[in-house]
Write a protein that binds this ligand. Structure first.
Ligand code: BMP
Length: 217
């Protein structure tokens, strides 16, 4: 996965053909496609393999189990073609290490969640999760585009680990604010796949991102 377009599609549709059509129309604006349970349950796990032939796939399984189960999930996701997997940090260091070992380091750790409820339990523990991600050798963390100031704060904890940031569009955040705060990639779902023309919606966000990048040079 390269840091080029700075945008990841959250492909939370449940129908295989719809998923493939959205990928076809948007892939030129993306660095990766994030696949979550709705699509895996709707279309079957083979969709990971299918989409991985077109774009790097991040399996957003938010893994949160004992080390052995975590390891098995990451191994299966990687075998199917995932480029990276998202895990929770709260089950503890041993559970996270099992993911990171099984995934060859290609694990993103949820630090702070973007929805309002993310302030209840994830925000007060986010610095700790971010530190754990750094200490265990994760690829990066998930931090909220809905609270850019929290992205900036978490950046100070993780140094140069990657930050992938959901909450752009439907949840009220915007791409340039998240990138300005220190996100490496924004994650966008409904604002693209629910648009009448997903390709055009992705293109508009890509323009916002490239305008921001030009401005910040
Ligand atoms: P949308 O742009 O439609 O709001 O989608 C956001 C995506 O990012 C969803 O797949 C969601 O599961 C994921 N996500 C999130 O919204 N907030 C988080 O804190 C962590 C996530 O993985």
């Amino acid at each position: 996965m390269k840091r080029q377009h700075r945008m990841i599609l959250a492909l939370d549709v449940t129908d295989r053909n719809e998923a493939l059509a959205v990928v076809r129309d948007t892939t030129r604006y993306l660095d990766a496609v994030k696949i979550n349970w709705p699509l895996v349950l709707g279309a079957g796990p083979g969709i990971i393999t299918e989409i991985s032939k077109t774009a790097p796939v991040i399996c957003d399984f938010k893994i949160a189990d004992i080390p052995n189960t975590n390891r098995l999930i990451v191994e299966e996701a990687m075998r199917l073609g995932a480029n990276a997997v998202i895990a929770h940090g709260f089950p503890g260091v041993d559970s996270l290490r099992a993911c990171i070992d099984a995934g060859g380091g290609r694990i993103f750790v949820v630090a702070e969640m973007s929805h309002p409820g993310g302030e209840e339990l994830t925000a007060p523990n986010a610095e700790r999760m971010a530190q754990m991600a750094k200490d265990c050798g994760a690829l990066g963390i998930v931090a909220p585009a809905t609270r850019p100031e929290r992205i900036s704060r978490l950046r100070t904890v993780i140094g140069d680990l990657w930050i992938i940031s959901p909450g752009v569009g439907a949840q009220g955040g915007n791409a340039s604010d998240a990138l300005r705060a220190g996100a490496d990639f924004v994650i966008v779902g409904r604002a693209i796949y629910r648009a009448e023309d997903p390709g055009e919606a992705a293109r508009k966000i890509a323009v916002e991102i490239s305008d921001y990048l030009d401005e910040s040079k």
